[in-house]
Design a protein around this ligand. Structure first.
Ligand code: ITT
Length: 192
């Protein structure tokens, strides 16, 4: 079964390809000739996820999925949340982390979670799948792997940040892989 992953984020693509294996033929936006910036204006993670998948289905007519993700920090009332990618005003991970650490400087509660919602549009029919992982925001970034807020996110029960793990290690526990596992389970039931 061919499925397009509606993302311009190469890190997400790597993580998802590593987990999907050979069961599905994964098409990228480049493969289907889509060079557009995907819309993300709904104001919610689930809504943005839907918007990205809808865009590909509407313009390219191919079964597809998209994910929208964000970091929810309890002491900041769920910020940066849906604004995670542009928290500092630009899509710059180092600046986003800097702003996050500044806003958390006087806050003893460092608990946070990554949230992902996948939207699958299978022949135009929508299904959504949600994954989360709980953790703590460190005061100093650690590690060079991963992307986004990975250097300051320490999953609960772990002694390394997502940025200190290999893709496989992160994928074994991440919000994205938890949502993706549900989507794969659903898709496998659709295959005769
Ligand atoms: P696409 O929309 O093209 O898929 P994106 O990077 O814009 O790619 P999101 O809208 O889902 O992706 O962005 C959410 C932001 O949340 C992302 O840019 C990161 O800053 C952060 N984020 C999401 N998942 C993350 C992860 O696994 N590790 C670290 N940060 C993550």
């Amino acid at each position: 079964m061919e499925l397009c992953f509606a993302t311009n984020n190469q890190h997400k693509l790597q993580e998802v390809s590593a987990q999907l294996g050979d069961t599905f033929i994964l098409k990228t936006l480049r493969d289907i000739g889509c060079q557009d910036e995907l819309p993300e204006t709904s104001g919610t993670i689930a809504g943005n996820s839907r918007q990205k998948a809808d865009f590909v289905w509407t313009h390219f007519g191919i079964s597809c999925f998209a994910d929208d993700s964000g970091l929810e920090v309890d002491a900041l009332d769920g910020e940066p949340g849906v604004d995670s990618a542009f928290y500092s005003g630009s899509r710059d991970a180092a600046k986003n982390i800097q702003k996050l650490l500044l806003n958390l400087a006087d806050k003893p509660n460092r608990s946070a979670r990554f949230v992902t919602v996948f939207t699958l549009l299978l022949h135009g029919v929508e299904h959504q799948f949600k994954g989360t992982i709980e953790g703590q925001i460190l005061t100093v970034p650690r590690g060079t792997g991963g992307f986004g807020y990975d250097p300051v996110f320490l999953p609960n029960g772990q002694d390394r940040t997502f940025a200190e793990m290999s893709i496989e290690e992160k994928t074994a526990m991440s919000h994205r892989s938890r949502a993706l596992a549900q989507m794969v389970e659903y898709l496998e039931k659709q295959i005769p």
